[in-house]
Design a protein around this ligand. Sequence first.
Ligand SMILES: [Zn+2]
Length: 187
Amino acid sequence: MKLLDNILDYNEKFVADKKYEAFETTKFPNKKAVILTCMDTRLLELLPKAMNVSNGDVKIVKNAGALVTHPFGSIMRSLLVAVYQLQAKEVMVIGHHDCGMSGMKSDIMLDEMRKRGIEDTIFETLNYSGINVDEWLHGFDNVTDSVAHSVDVIKKHPLMPSDVPVHGLVIDPATGKLDLVINGYDA
Ligand SMILES: [Zn+2]
């Protein structure tokens, strides 16, 4: 059976058996925080468990690398919505060791794109349009520096209230151990 069919099959039973009852909560985070972290599969359950957060406790925003790449992109917008509309009173940026975006060489990904049928003329057109795909795909070299940089962008954002602490942490995807990079209460 294909994945989607498998999921839909399971879902029918999940709803019929009222398994959702264990997860009932509201859209407002009990712990009044929003977390920005990586989409890494190892963090899916490990990160909330290692932080003692459950359904309803926090807002979680995810992307590849836990990066704020643009001050007016969708990640920053999500953090601002959490603060202004959803009662989040603090922000936590949580990068992790062994991240796929760490030391990511964009040329390898560009080669993969070519192999999958993306023509060179596409890259040329994008370049002419002012989009540097190579730069856009680039990850980061050091996770601690990357987390500190994202914290800085969020903290200094012109639309972020100055009384919102912004913390920076790095998690070990094997053990769940958190290392503090920036304590937002000190800032
Ligand atoms: Zn990652």
